[in-house]
Design a protein around this ligand. Sequence first.
Ligand SMILES: Cc1cc2nc3c(=O)[nH]c(=O)nc-3n(C[C@H](O)[C@H](O)[C@H](O)COP(=O)(O)OP(=O)(O)OC[C@H]3O[C@@H](n4cnc5c(N)ncnc54)[C@H](O)[C@@H]3O)c2cc1C
Length: 289
Amino acid sequence: MDVPVQEVIRPATIAEALAALAEREDARPIAGGTDLMVQLRDGRRRAGRLVDLGRLGLAGIRRTRDAIEVGAATTMDAIAASAEIKRSFPALASAARQVGAWPIQCRATLGGNLANGSPAADTAPPLLIAEASVTIASAAGTRRLRVADLFLGPGRTALTPGELVTSVRLPLDEPAPGERVVERFTKVGPRREQVISVVSLAGRAVIRPDGTFALVRLAFGSVAPVPVRALTAERALAGRRPDAAARRDAARAVQDDIAPIDDVRAPARYRRIAAAVLLDRFLQEAARG
Ligand SMILES: Cc1cc2nc3c(=O)[nH]c(=O)nc-3n(C[C@H](O)[C@H](O)[C@H](O)COP(=O)(O)OP(=O)(O)OC[C@H]3O[C@@H](n4cnc5c(N)ncnc54)[C@H](O)[C@@H]3O)c2cc1C
């Protein structure tokens, strides 16, 4: 394996990790390594120094008064198994359970999934509909960034060298009495399991007792250079019932929200059709409850 790594540092504190990253231009954090090791091997990324995040205490899920905070080094398996996440953010729990297979889920972290910047990152659509934000630390201090502003293009994020994602904050949003919530994550790929998404959808609908939407949020993966919120489709559905007419309008509107390309995994036309199909299925589930 041609990995030109000269040293691996295992700091015990965030301050030490940030110093180790700031010291060398070619330093790069490593969490589970499930993306990075493959990229180093293929020569798609280079790193002279790897800074292992495993001892920093960044793994864990914590409920605060109005949010759930997920540490950046929390694994997909821990997220999928968390009762708090399953109750309040079921689309995220479901997405985490569909990242690769179980051995990958036991290593792959939430921070790594986001920092890798893939348009197919499965946790991104659930985090977009949760209106989540990331906390980022660097030698200069900490900052908070919306997940919606994190992805810049395939493999590119708003993180600058030397910055670490330390946690992800998911604001809790309780429905009003009588309202019901339907939240789902689905992905399409060439097989049922162990695939990078060709199209993925996370949807959250809050339905009033009269059957109309109090809220509908939709986000897609793999249909644009970055994971995207489908705001045009959301507007087409606002305040309506998920009936056949609304579903038809949403299927048309969503085409303005996405910009898929032809690539080795699927042609753009397939992705457009699949996005509309996933959306229609989600809206039918929302109608059924
Ligand atoms: C067989 C296989 C199947 C896969 N299937 C899927 C799938 O179905 N869906 C999916 O979304 N992904 C999939 N992946 C990709 C990968 O497992 C995930 O993206 C995973 O979440 C990456 O996390 P990690 O901890 O392994 O990241 P790493 O590989 O350690 O790091 C990834 C990138 O993020 C940076 N980084 C890591 N942590 C931080 C941090 N806290 N702050 C700043 N930068 C950081 C690293 O420097 C690197 O650039 C698969 C990978 C494999 C090998």
